[in-house]
Design a protein around this ligand. Sequence first.
Ligand SMILES: Cc1cc2nc3c(=O)[nH]c(=O)nc-3n(C[C@H](O)[C@H](O)[C@H](O)COP(=O)(O)OP(=O)(O)OC[C@H]3O[C@@H](n4cnc5c(N)ncnc54)[C@H](O)[C@@H]3O)c2cc1C
Length: 512
Amino acid sequence: MAADPLLDVAVVGAGIAGLTAAALLAREGLGVDLLEAHSQSGGCAGTFRRGPYVFDVGATQVAGLEPGGVHERLFRHFGVPAPAATPLDPGCVVDLADGQAPVRLHRNPEAWREERERQFPGSGRFWDLCAAIHRASWAFAGRDPVLPPRSLWDLGQLLAALRPDSLASGLFTTATIADLQRLCGCADGPDGARLRHFLDLQLRLYSQEPANRTAALYGATVLQMAQEPLGLWHLEGSMQALSTTLEQALAQAGGQLRRRHRLERLHPPERPGAPWRLEGQAAGGRPFLLQAREVVLTLPPQSLPTLLGDTLPAGYRARLEGLSDPSGALVFYGAVERRRLPADVAPHLQRHWHDPGPLFVSVSREGDGRAPAGQATVIASVFTAARPWFGLENAAYLERKRAAEAGIRLGLQRLLGVNPADWSHGELATPRGFARWTGRPYGFVGGLGQHPSRFGPFGLASRTPLAGLWLCGDAIHPGEGTAGVSLSALMACRQLLQGRGATWCWRDAAAT
Ligand SMILES: Cc1cc2nc3c(=O)[nH]c(=O)nc-3n(C[C@H](O)[C@H](O)[C@H](O)COP(=O)(O)OP(=O)(O)OC[C@H]3O[C@@H](n4cnc5c(N)ncnc54)[C@H](O)[C@@H]3O)c2cc1C
């Protein structure tokens, strides 16, 4: 089979990380092809249609659209209009199912402070400490550090981003959010337990870990996500609008998106100066072979042993195999007449629920493009261990799936008052479905849990031991979420361009 002409860079996976990386590199004048296994882009932030309904597959709310936020900076850099979005207020309503009023994550910082004082008496010092750590970490992140460093240049970027306040917050590098709670004297008694319950629910959404396993430096920022000057946003139309805008940026910069191109094998250069070879299948089972000087891979790093086979260095293989499993997800996609929902239902809710687990629920808004007039889509997700869903006999799998769906429907009945007969549509995706949709091993959808031992300097680097192979996406610093994976794409692209001696104009362009 003849290979296509030699590319500067092949980017693999057109989720938000891959679209961002490909558009950034193409805009710098490199010849870039973006390979996507699916017939559409977006990955975990994509959408699918069922009759008159449009469902967001995974991500339902977006951070980083505020002025200076990563998505906003990128759209400005690319010269494309940001997709239409409205800020969420409240960002989320969290029902701890303890008989007390749900916690409303107000967008206004003062209203949120009053809510916290009412809901979690005696926790003021904890929130003040989180806010101070967040301010330092956010300013540090804004100076585009490279983490973890794997070369002298990376180290230089990291050191240049440090300031006295980042060094001070660095004292908490090994601490967890639960440690901060104890340090501030608000961990004990019923009030401490209630605060911990709230923190566990919120942190699991972003870090895959509860408060006693979430790095303080990560969790402190996550806990400020819903408030101005940051904030969470609801996209008009669907989540696909984010990918469509990035596709536009890629096309405008001259990059090419190849849909239905599934990478199956990556061959490292046979000698210095030789290209990487990418082998796989295109639409209709047609084989393809591409050659590229460098490769940016956005698939979970757990895919590397299969893609590289024996060419994966043994030490790196051992590192990858030693990573603990990320989470899988169970997601219920439902539709219902709007009059069946509480009149004042918030677009995003969380509820403590025992079986199959705490629910994160997103309800479409009237006229937001997801459901016909007078109807709403309701998406409820639960994190779950992924592997147990594989290797089951079909009957056992179907029974497990039926039980999980029944549990979620019951939780939604308690939270929203929707009776079983009220649903006009309902279906459940399990880790098997996510593995098919996203090509992720075992349908792992979270990045690496943000435990202190895996966060920041202790995480997996975008620079791999194989020259010319770069990683980005939700397993790479700073973690998951569309904003997080965009930052990781930015970091990998800066490193790649620096290696080519290219002048990188990201910061200058973003500041204009
Ligand atoms: C249930 C759920 C809820 C979430 N909620 C939110 C939220 O509200 N807000 C938020 O910001 N984030 C949320 N997230 C996280 C967010 O969606 C992800 O962190 C982010 O979209 C990951 O982007 P990515 O580009 O790294 O990976 P992916 O989105 O997984 O993209 C990888 C792409 O690679 C493609 N691919 C895979 N294998 C191959 C191959 N061999 N060859 C070619 N292409 C391949 C896939 O088809 C996919 O398009 C949620 C995730 C889930 C699962």
